[in-house]
Design a protein around this ligand. Structure first.
Ligand SMILES: [Zn+2]
Length: 321
């Protein structure tokens, strides 16, 4: 375990207080986050005439587990974290939601954890969005990359009431059908069954979900991009405005310190390893060929940078925007 000094606790408690999460820290200080949140929880940058605001939601400091990567050891994982300039004693999985203003619309890219994803110290999205001057009630569209908890639990409160009843929620038809199929629950590993049950108790009752096929334009200047493997219907989002582009890769390379550097590592969170690797390599190659910015939900805040070839793998340079 990681003994916490008094100063660590004070820092973590201060950070958590900003997110309204003090109760969790009081209950179990061992879970206090060690990574300080960004001093300012949002950053705005332009892609052509589109305005993108990266909003910090929180972090999951995942304890090491030999089962996490099937073809790499815990020591390999620690070395990869160190190489990326991150602490080696846990896997840093931060969450940043991109909110795009384009064509008169406000488009949220995934909904974050809602402060409810297991293991996360999170819930920063709402206060940071407010600080950025974005009115949650004025969000027109929410694009869903896939249905893992850190990406969709922001859609409902703890009683499963929708947080954004007036926004259109757009998800791939493949992803929607996978999770809402009653037969899927028996096929999922134990840890994912509750997620499917929660989706089945909510999504089919909501009138504001739109399923889309293939690589349709889903909002002004934004298209879905097929990137299956992490989940069956996982999608990246491609934003184009003027002569600039941004590839929102979502969870295609979910933990960049591990999956950008080692695209062939078979991580527990990818539901289909071989398909995930094919999607990962194809998406990274496309951004290199097209020389475009790449955002990632779990990239270190502000979650945007560029990818380059690096030996047998790839390397991410995170932009200081
Ligand atoms: Zn994720």
């Amino acid at each position: 375990m990681h003994p916490l000094s008094r100063r660590d606790l004070v820092v973590a408690a201060g950070a958590a207080a900003a997110f309204g999460l003090t109760s969790r820290l009081v209950v179990d200080p061992a879970f206090a986050q060690k990574t300080a949140p960004p001093a300012k929880g949002f950053t705005t940058y332009k892609v052509g005439s589109a305005e993108v605001t990266a909003v910090y939601d929180g972090i999951f400091e995942k304890p090491h587990d030999p089962a996490f990567i099937a073809n790499a050891s815990v020591d390999d994982v620690k070395a990869a974290m160190t190489k990326a300039g991150l602490p080696a004693d846990f896997v840093s999985i931060s969450g940043t939601v991109a909110i795009v203003k384009n064509g008169g619309k406000t488009i949220m890219c995934d909904s974050g954890t809602g402060g409810q994803a297991p293991g996360w110290v999170s819930g920063g999205l709402a206060p940071n969005m407010k600080a950025a001057g974005i009115d949650a009630t004025k969000i027109d569209t929410i694009l869903i990359s896939h249905c893992h908890p850190d990406h969709i639990f922001g859609l409902f409160d703890k009683e499963n009431k929708p947080i954004y009843p007036n926004a259109e929620i757009v998800v791939s038809d493949v992803e929607y059908k996978f999770w809402t199929d009653p037969g899927v629950i028996d096929k999922l590993p134990e840890g994912r069954k509750g997620l499917a049950r929660r989706i089945q108790a909510t999504f089919p009752n909501w009138k504001n979900i739109r399923q889309v096929t293939g690589e349709a334009e889903v909002a002004p200047g934004i298209r879905f991009v097929l990137a299956p493997g992490h989940t069956p219907g996982h999608r990246a989002f491609h934003l184009s405005s003027g002569n600039q582009q941004l590839m929102l890769s979502n969870d295609t390379m979910y933990v960049p310190a591990l999956n950008v550097a080692n695209p062939g590592w078979r991580g527990q969170y990818d539901q289909d390893h071989a398909t995930a690797e094919t999607s990962r390599r194809a998406l990274m190659d496309r951004t290199i060929a097209d020389k475009v910015l790449v955002a990632g939900f779990h990239f270190p805040f502000p979650g945007v940078g560029s990818i380059a070839k690096d030996g047998n793998g790839y390397a991410l340079t995170v932009n200081k925007v």
